[in-house]
Design a protein around this ligand. Sequence first.
Ligand SMILES: Nc1ncnc2c1ncn2[C@@H]1O[C@H](COP(=O)(O)OS(=O)(=O)O)[C@@H](OP(=O)(O)O)[C@H]1O
Length: 354
Amino acid sequence: ERCGTSSPVKASSSRVEGHHNEDLGGSIRSKRLLYEWTAGSELTGYGASRRSSRVLADEQTPEQPEESFMLPPPDLVASRKVSPRFAGKLSPLGEGSKKLPQALIIGVKKGGTRALLEFLRVHPDIRAVGAEPHFFDRNYDNGLEWYRDLMPKTLEGQITMEKTPSYFVTREAPARISAMSRDTKLIVVVRDPVTRAISDYTQTLSKKPDIPSFESLTFKNRTTGLIDTSWSAVQIGIYAKHLDNWLQYFPMDQILFVSGERLISDPAGELGRVQDFLGLKRIITDKHFYFNQTKGFPCLKKAEGSSKPHCLGKTKGRTHPNIDPEVVQRLRDFYRPFNMKFYQMTGRFFGWDD
Ligand SMILES: Nc1ncnc2c1ncn2[C@@H]1O[C@H](COP(=O)(O)OS(=O)(=O)O)[C@@H](OP(=O)(O)O)[C@H]1O
């Protein structure tokens, strides 16, 4: 039986939220918070009301899809190479059908989700939507047929995918995805929550240059060191809390965690794990990547459907502003117990804590 979320959420959200907005400036507080949610069923309600206002409001201004990630024109789709496994069996022209995704990249925002999807698209057995559909958060009322129609056509054996990083922090997403299919494979790219928060802030700053400083948004009260956990840039990084919500609906072995850091330092290694998880042959290997010194990131030697090298666009790999080291340290202390819990839950040490 899946756990219901409605009553405990409503009953406890204000109380729990009271706690999470009252980080009294230390890891003891964080530990208590952690204890409270791991001990009880009120977890799913933690921050729920905020999420529907502040976090979502923030995510309502998503990054514009980059030119190269827009949906390709249909003639290009039709001329795509077909998986060697199916070559000869079926004509590539106009064949195949649109299917609901069997695998999703659900997060995290600024984790490296675009890089992962672009790298995966190199695989002949993966077909993915370029833009973020935001179906399970913003567009759910449009219905599954609307969603399916966004998908590229696939042949038998090919996997349909999409990525929408806000799913990971959307309270309703696990139940909705489970209602589509309980077998959906979920992939989460995670990144040090402190650099993730700074990256998130940097993105917002690029669109709204007048916003307050990172330091002033981080704290409710700078003097006491009280962290504003209702600020989405902080909230999204409490991975253990969000994961707990997913585990009400999906078993751990249906969720793969990709290290955002390793995706940069060893893309082929992380892609190997992802291909295994998806039950695919390891076709994407180190031969597909080169490190672009100018970009400072790994890039594809040949992008999907092209013979040219391809790096992600200018909105990926922005220069971050310098943040007061004391503020960074305070955030590290805040996240440490949550990170520990997350390592424990996932069975993987991500190495974010010194
Ligand atoms: N290969 C490669 N090329 C460029 N950028 C890379 C790559 N791999 C990971 N990254 C990191 O991805 C970060 C953006 O993450 P997302 O794509 O998940 O962002 S978004 O939520 O979709 O806006 C982006 O964050 P910032 O560096 O803060 O811009 C990158 O650090």
